[in-house]
Design a protein around this ligand. Sequence first.
Ligand SMILES: [Cu+2]
Length: 151
Amino acid sequence: MKTRFILAAAAFVAAAPALAQVSVDGAWLRETAPGARTGAGYGLVVNAGSAEDRLLGGSTPVAARLEVHSMTMDGGIMRMRPVTGGLAIPAGGRVALKPGGYHLMLIGLKQPLRRGTMVPVTLDFARAGLLKLSLRVESIDHGRESPHAGH
Ligand SMILES: [Cu+2]
């Protein structure tokens, strides 16, 4: 029964043309302190396609690895871990990468992420393939809800 279901799903995927259409709105990287080994990136992943996609990970020249992480409370402690199998982005849906939640994790930083600079990042989606972005490095509290934000 399970095998038949998988075969049917595979046939459906194969029959669908290249409708994958993903983008990331307002993507940014958080500035890091000198000597930091890791960095983080955020943004709103939008899937305008008619099929679910999955954000598998990516790469950037400024770090050894780029992973997609989740953040969860575990016995009162915030823990982050790689999202196994990729982060699902529903068809016609959106998933926020934000401080305290899902995020891009830059591991093995080769240089500090300096505020105001632009950093090339390539994201890897299961259906859409590679998405090349240029992310601006922002201050640590960028995008945080604040009465003083002015907008
Ligand atoms: Cu992380």
